[in-house]
Ligand binder design. Structure first.
Ligand SMILES: [Fe+2]
Ligand SMILES: [Fe+2]
Length: 318
């Protein structure tokens, strides 16, 4: 998850120390008045990114709804889309309590300024991509929001994620069901599933952000906004996705390392996606290069968000 830029380091001040001691002992904050400015900044940045990510799923799901191959698929995607809309609503409603104007944040803000992640900024090409987005993407999102539900020291946010996580789990299950189904449809379809996975897998791996050895700001962990580091969350994701794909005969650039007792990537992060070839280049680059690619964003980000903001899609939805 992206890190938060903060101005002055006030973590040693008495009210800060008191707050940190409290959250480290498992205490929760129930009201904004209990927060220090720094805690509040970290929490709001975390919630804002999560809210923007929910909005970014909508234009992707909308396309998937329209190219769904049958009525059952169309209803399933419509249901997921409604779930994501509900998640966005929960999160933006909560941000209103921190003084944000939800309507402005969703409909009037420059799309380029939304804090979305690279994984959600690309067109889904077909129903196989949609299935893969559930298998890889919703799984990554689900792991992130489960961590927040379990550990977030702001009680109202943690509790609001309970329903979100039930629904995300449903999206993941649908992804597993669909990918398993497509893998039974013969060599041509299996080839396309592999191709889609080749695109999605590194996107999922990098969803969790920079590796722990290079990460400098640990405020989210400091304040128990979340409980696990980037690498810990990535490990959970690998431990679910890799064996599932291997069982189906799909190849992934990762494996279980028996000596270390953990899943490891077959490449070293960070790597770049080559937008011209539509393929990943597995040579290691610098984090500055990776950050620049994330900052440029994917081709769906701005047009997708513009479409949501225009509300024109409401008329031709079905
Ligand atoms: Fe969601
Ligand atoms: Fe989802």
């Amino acid at each position: 998850m992206a890190q938060v830029a903060l101005a002055r380091d006030t973590r040693d001040e008495p009210n800060e120390v008191a707050l940190q001691t409290r959250v480290k002992a498992g205490g929760t904050l129930e009201d904004i008045s209990e927060m220090t400015p720094r805690y509040r900044d970290v929490l709001v940045a975390t919630m804002s990114i999560a809210a923007d990510l929910e909005i970014m799923t909508l234009p992707l799901d909308l396309d998937a709804m329209q190219f769904a191959p049958c009525i059952g698929d169309r209803i399933a995607v419509a249901s997921a889309l409604q779930d994501e809309m509900g998640h966005a609503q929960v999160m933006f409603r909560m941000l209103e309590e921190f003084g944000f104007d939800a309507y402005e944040r969703v409909f009037e803000r420059d799309p380029a300024t939304f804090k979305t992640f690279f994984m959600l900024e690309w067109n889904l090409k077909d129903p196989i991509d949609m299935a893969m987005s559930h298998l890889i993407g919703d799984q990554a999102g689900y792991i992130t929001t489960c961590d927040l539900e379990e550990h977030c020291s702001f009680g109202p946010y943690s509790r609001s994620l309970r329903k979100v996580n039930f629904e995300e789990q449903f999206h993941v299950k649908r992804g597993e069901y669909s990918v398993r189904h497509y893998m039974q449809l013969g060599p041509e379809v299996r080839k396309r599933v592999q191709e889609s996975l080749d695109f999605w897998f590194p996107l999922g791996a990098e969803w969790f952000g920079a590796t722990d050895d290079v990460k400098s700001r640990m405020d989210q962990l400091h304040y128990k906004i979340r409980g696990s580091s980037n690498d810990q969350l990535r490990q959970i994701w690998l431990s679910r996705v890799v064996p599932f794909c291997e069982q189906l005969g799909l190849k992934v650039p990762a494996h279980f390392d028996g000596e270390k007792g953990i899943y490891v990537l077959d490449f070293e992060m960070p790597i770049l996606f080559n937008e011209e070839t539509g393929k990943w280049d597995f040579r290691k680059v610098t984090w500055a290069e990776k950050l620049a690619q994330w900052k440029r964003g994917g081709s769906k980000k701005v047009p997708g968000l513009r479409r949501i903001q225009s509300e024109l899609w409401g008329h031709d939805l079905w």
